[in-house]
Write a protein that binds this ligand. Structure first.
Ligand code: ZN
Length: 367
């Protein structure tokens, strides 16, 4: 009995002591820790940049330029990844602009900016692929620690960026050969809360149309895409597209910046109300049409145009100019992107058609 009393009394005084500590020095209990990624450590209220190393194998390695803006106040961690495709410039330029714009003293939470996720592709000015293994970085997630260079980049991004953030935006645009209208992928996970969070992110980014994308793998060992990997690890994420054909136009860059700021307001990292809700065009069905030909592609329509089912969208020819395929619209919808430079190869995308949800197969003239 005496023993029990002494133990109880000890716990009572311990509890009193911690209560006193918590009320007497509230700031010491809430001291904001530095944020670390790779070898880079950034103190609260500071912006810091450095290299995220991707280890060498067979003499080939790389490092990714990253910036951490670590807000003075606590809050969510938002990861922004540009340059997964190295010829997609407006998102890359938008992140440099953001680095100068965001004041860590007034920021709540932490921004991770991966400036150029596929630096080797950027350096060599290569669309789709990494020049050391000819893989598409956005098809090899979650990556492999001992894999090829693309797989190792994916692995580092999974471990150091996805696992450390609360939210993620994978920022894309039309690649160097793609004429593309702006749109966002809302990837459906099947988890109601997660899907609600990602829907709000897509709306806060502010681009219409939004693709309702139910096609992504639910298997984390074969997640393939950066955004999908984040979602399968429970982190709300969207994939955005703004920019086209290797251009650096102001409209595409600023659309990326304002979209990011919209999501930052949504998750309360900066002051200000989230943009007033808007009703985007929802795309409930989409299809990418791939080439069966090595040769040339000749588009017969343009990005953003509405095509009817069966309408001629483009032609492929061999290297002698003989027509090999007549490509048609698989259903009526909008041309989200279409290849706008001559080269085409077997298995590569030619165009993507998206069906607006409200249309239900009707034509815009009938509305
Ligand atoms: Zn891309």
């Amino acid at each position: 009995m005496g023993m029990l009393w002494r133990t109880t009394r000890m716990f009572f005084f311990l509890a009193l002591f911690f209560l006193w500590r918590a009320t007497a020095f509230p700031h010491t209990m809430e001291t904001r820790q530095p944020f670390s990624i790779g070898n880079l450590t950034v103190e609260p209220g500071k912006t810091g940049s450095g290299w995220l190393r991707v280890p060498e194998k067979d003499g080939v390695g790389t490092a990714l330029p990253v910036t951490v803006i670590h807000g003075a106040a606590k809050g969510k961690c938002l990861a922004l990844v540009a340059g997964v495709h190295g010829y997609e410039y407006p998102p890359i330029l938008a992140l440099y602009r953001l680095r100068d714009m965001v004041n860590p003293q007034t920021l709540s939470g932490t921004l991770i900016l991966v400036h150029i996720a596929n630096l080797p592709a950027f350096q060599k000015r290569i669309i789709y692929y990494n020049p050391y293994d000819w893989k598409n970085l956005n098809r090899v997630f979650p990556g492999q620690a001992e894999g090829t260079l693309s797989q190792r980049i994916a692995y580092v991004l999974t471990e150091e960026v996805i696992k450390k953030c609360d939210y993620l935006i994978d920022l894309h645009c039309g690649d160097g050969n793609e004429a593309l209208i702006p749109y966002t992928y809302w990837m459906i996970s099947g988890d109601k809360n997660l899907d609600e969070a990602t829907k709000h992110m897509a709306l806060a980014f502010g681009i219409s149309p939004i693709i309702i994308d139910e096609s992504r793998s639910k298997d984390i060992t074969d997640s393939r895409y950066l955004g999908n990997t984040a979602i399968l690890l429970g982190k709300p994420a969207i994939t955005t597209e703004s920019g086209y054909l290797g251009k650096t136009d102001e409209e595409s860059v600023s659309r990326n910046v304002s979209g990011i700021l919209g999501v930052m307001r949504l998750v309360q990292m900066i002051e200000g109300k989230a943009a007033s809700p808007f009703e985007p065009v929802w795309i409930d069905k989409y299809e990418v049409v791939y080439s069966k030909t090595d040769g040339l592609f000749f588009p017969r329509t343009k990005m953003g145009y509405y095509v009817h089912k069966g309408q001629l969208v483009g032609l492929t020819t061999d290297y002698f100019g003989n027509v090999k395929e007549e490509l048609r619209a698989p259903f009526s919808g909008i041309i989200l992107y279409i290849i706008n430079t001559p080269p085409t190869n077997v298995g590569e995308p030619l165009y993507e058609v998206g069906r607006p949800k409200e249309e239900r197969g009707g034509s815009p003239e009938k509305k």
